[in-house]
Every structure is written in C-alpha cells, then in structure tokens.
Design a protein around this ligand. Structure first.
Ligand SMILES: NC(=O)c1ccc[n+]([C@@H]2O[C@H](COP(=O)([O-])OP(=O)(O)OC[C@H]3O[C@@H](n4cnc5c(N)ncnc54)[C@H](OP(=O)(O)O)[C@@H]3O)[C@@H](O)[C@H]2O)c1
Length: 317
C-alpha cells in the first residue's frame, strides 16, 4: 500500500501507520522518510480522512464504528462488509460511480474476483456474459506474508529431505497443490473463496443473473494468482474480437503468443499493475461459437489488494 501511495503520488498531507501491538515502535519508509508505526486503537482516527484497512475481517468490524465516528471513510480489504447492501464493492475500472454512494465504508473485493473481473467487464459490457466457469491457481501471498514465508521454508526442507511442520497452510505445500484453504460450505460444497468469486462478481457487475461456478486451488507459487476462465456470451464472439476489446481495456495487458507458447505467468504478473490475458481461443466444446476460453494472471497483492484500495481512495479525493 505504501509503495502504491508513493508511486501514484497520492495527495496526502499526513500518513499514520497503524498495526497491532506487535509492530508498535517499528518504522516504515515513505517518501524517503522513516515513519513510526503505532498500535491501532479507537482513538487512532482523529483528523483522518481516509483509513485503508488490511488487517482481517474481525479488526475491520471492531474498528469500523471508530472510523465512522471520526468522520473518516474506511476502504476495507477484508471480506467483512463486501456483501452488505449499503457498502459499495468497487473496482475503479468497472464501477467507480459506486464509490460516491458510500456511507462510511467502501469494500475492496476479493483478490481472485478482481483479477477475473478486470478483463471480464469490458467483454460483459459489449456482449453480455451469461455464464462463467473460473478455475484458479492461487499463490501463497493470497494467504498473507506468513504463508509466503512458510512456502519458502517448506520447499527448503523438502529439498533437504527434512521434516517440516506447517502452521499457516493446512496441507503439505512444497511441490503440491490443494483445494483452497477456506471453509467448505457443506450445503453447497463450494469453499468460501469460490463463493466470494461468484457472489462478488455479480455484485460488482450489477448483474444478478450472471451464472458462475468456480474451483479455487492454491498452488506453490509465491506471488500472483492465475485463472482459467471459460466465458459463455449471449451471442457468438470471435477470439479476434475479444483480443481487440481487451487491447484497449484499462488495467489489462495482452500476453498471447501461441507461436512461442508464451502466455500469462505469475512470475511475469508479479509487481505489475495490469492483469495479463492470453490463450484467448474459441471453446471447441460449444459448437454455437458463444464460448471463449482464456487464461489470466494478476498480482493479487497489487491489483487484487493494495493497488485497488489506493485507486478507490483516489476516487475520494
Ligand atoms: N493477501 C492478499 O492477496 C489479499 C488480497 C485481498 C484482500 N486481502 C485481505 O487483506 C487482509 C490482510 O491480509 P494480508 O494478506 O495482508 O495479511 P498479512 O500479510 O498477515 O498482514 C496482516 C496485517 O494486519 C495487521 N494486524 C493484524 N492484527 C491486527 C490488529 N489487531 N490491529 C492492527 N493491525 C493488525 C498485521 O500487523 P502486525 O504485523 O502488527 O501483526 C499486518 O500488518 C485480510 O482481510 C485479507 O483477507 C488479502
């Protein structure tokens, strides 16, 4: 977030750095100066205009009243308020106008949702998507900094033939992949990540009819999520037209070189603002020509989290 505020030259006169008690007293560098990190308390928001929250749902829920009472606007990265009817769920390339309707809280969508939504929206606007099947390949960073460290340590231990006790990620992570580590709803058999992608996409697009099914998988990649998207449109659409629409789309970069077999990869997407899109082709399993398959990769720490939050804050100033 600090990097995004800095590189985008966000207009702020004062920055307050807040974290848990564990981090109080540390310093963080912003615009060439070290600033102190203080413990987050209900008194932290006096004189604050915008509060960027990224400490988990329970922290957001606990401190939302204090943010509102201080007259500040909370931009929240957690899932706490995303589906609340009076909380806008905003991706600035898609629904910037929603941000203005806030009542003190604006929610930042789930990371896999944003990465799929950025390239899907310009296609939906032009040709209306009726059905989406999304399969994700999600990085360790989506589970936080500690999960990235754990993947490194687990991989080192596996290479050294040593046992390793994981604490953050519930399954062996080195040289493995597993169904997303969020709770599975025993009624629907979808996990929370999949449910977020399905519900949040419909809310962001303002289209309750959009049919979506997702399978979310965690892969041993450090940073940036990838997704295979199978998109059924209302009418036939060619891959060339999809490429043409996405070539002009904000926040999207086409990486689609079949001759070189070069397509979006998480390493190429890491530390990039744009969502990379490639493998754009007609889904041959649908003879009507209405279905397109494509593969995307995006840095979920940037566009899937910090960058999107800072872009929302930009809509407020
Ligand atoms: N990672 C992603 O790709 C991603 C994407 C979208 C949304 N999100 C959401 O963003 C939130 C944070 O995720 P993350 O991946 O950034 O986690 P993280 O790397 O574990 O960072 C969590 C941060 O929250 C702070 N924190 C924890 N408890 C706190 C408390 N009681 N008071 C104040 N600060 C506290 C931590 O500070 P200390 O160091 O002091 O503990 C740390 O800076 C989650 O709700 C997550 O779902 C994450």
């Amino acid at each position: 977030m600090l990097k995004c505020l800095e590189t985008r030259n966000f207009p702020l006169s004062e920055l307050k750095l807040l974290a848990s008690k564990r981090s109080a007293g540390k310093t963080m560098r912003f615009r060439g100066k070290d600033g102190p990190v203080a413990e987050l308390t209900a008194e932290s928001f006096a004189g604050v205009d915008i509060a960027l929250f990224s400490a988990g749902g329970s922290v957001s829920r606990e401190f939302a009243p204090a943010v509102k009472a201080a007259g500040a606007v909370m931009v929240d990265n957690s899932s706490a308020f995303r589906m609340d009817a009076d909380v806008p769920l905003v991706v600035p390339e898609i629904n910037p106008g929603e941000a203005k309707k806030h009542k003190g809280i604006i929610a930042n969508p789930n990371c896999s949702t944003i990465i799929a939504a950025v390239p899907l929206w310009p296609l939906h606007r032009k040709h209306r998507i009726v059905r989406l099947i999304a399969s994700t390949y999600q990085a360790a960073s989506g589970a936080g900094w500690a999960a990235m460290e754990e993947l490194k340590q687990a991989t080192r231990a596996a290479l050294d033939g040593k046992p390793f006790q994981q604490e953050i990620i519930p399954h062996p992570y080195a040289f493995n992949l597993f169904s997303h580590n969020s709770k599975v709803d025993l009624a629907t058999l979808y996990n929370e990540e999949e449910t977020k992608l399905m519900k949040e996409t419909r809310k962001i697009f303002g289209d309750t009819e959009l049919r979506i099914s997702a399978t979310c998988v965690r892969v041993p990649v450090l940073r940036a999520h990838s997704e295979a998207l199978t998109i059924e449109f209302e009418r036939p659409v060619s891959p060339e037209e999809v490429t043409a629409i996405l070539s002009d789309a904000p926040g999207v970069k086409i990486v689609d070189d079949p001759a070189r077999n070069y397509f979006p990869m998480p390493l190429d997407a890491s530390e990039q603002d744009d969502v990379l899109v490639g493998r754009i082709r007609t889904d041959v399993s649908d003879p009507s020509g209405r279905t397109i398959a494509m593969f995307v990769a995006g840095d979920q720490l940037l566009k899937g989290a910090a960058l999107n939050a800072v872009q929302i804050a930009e809509l407020l100033v």
